[in-house]
Unconditional design. Structure first.
Length: 245
């Protein structure tokens, strides 16, 4: 089984070391991890810091076991980060976009538009995945990326969290390459997707250890929180685990 939504790195005041996170996850019922670094949320983050995190993780956990996603932030444009070079050097398995945590203004900023086309084109030519954080703030609604999803049909798009769920379903209905994941998705939200006929496009993902960050006041330890996450999602019974990635 693959947990397709795992994080390492800095998240507000907490730092989640990959060794600790991967040890917990891989000693549960999970064979493979797809992960990215929340250190990418830090304002004015330098890619060198992310590079070191992913490089260290790959030194101990090959990308056959733990697949990193390149969480691309707009600030990398001015840092001279070349997508084709970085993707090959660290053997990333795809991309992560977070339009709420990172300011994407591709409607008005030509550089943002160009780099997104470069990202989608790269993924499209290699049948890779792009995970997009979704929510209801406006900047992270799923249909905001419609122009890219419609153009690049070979990309496996994961709409993380399936929010808002009605819009997620509309995107699934419109594009067969669009999936949703179960990370922080309520049972009601998942039932909506299933009842709409798209249960087979729900991908297993927990968002761990972000779940721990928000629920740690409940007194569960990091390991116990992950087991609770697994139990909750097993009740949802997602059909897809992206075994073919």
């Amino acid at each position: 089984m693959i947990d397709s939504h795992i994080h390492i790195g800095q998240f507000y005041n907490d730092y989640y070391d990959f060794n600790r996170i991967f040890d917990i996850v891989l000693n549960a019922e999970v064979d493979k991890i797809i992960y990215s670094s929340t250190t990418s949320c830090i304002k004015n983050i330098k890619y060198d810091q992310i590079y070191k995190e992913i490089e260290s993780a790959l030194a101990l956990f090959s990308n056959n076991i733990a697949i990193p996603l390149l969480w691309y932030v707009p600030g990398y444009i001015n840092q001279g980060i070349k997508i084709d070079i970085e993707m090959k050097e660290l053997k990333y398995g795809g991309f992560k976009l977070h339009p709420l945590a990172n300011f994407w203004d591709f409607e008005n900023n030509i550089k943002h538009m160009q780099i997104l086309h470069e990202i989608f084109d790269y993924a499209n030519n290699r049948n890779m995945l792009i995970k997009i954080h979704t929510g209801e703030s406006g900047v992270d609604r799923p249909n905001r990326f419609d122009k890219f999803i419609s153009e690049y049909r070979n990309v496996k798009i994961i709409l993380a969290h399936c929010r808002p769920v009605d819009e997620t379903v509309r995107m699934m209905r419109k594009y067969p390459n669009v999936f949703g994941d179960t990370a922080f998705a309520t049972s009601e939200r998942i039932a909506y997707v299933k009842n709409a006929g798209f249960g087979e496009r729900l991908v297993f993902g927990t968002d761990f250890p972000i779940t721990y960050y928000y629920y740690k006041k409940n007194g569960l330890g990091l390991k116990n929180q992950y087991y609770k996450d697994l139990e909750a999602i097993k009740l949802i019974r997602p059909a897809s685990t992206f075994e073919g990635i």
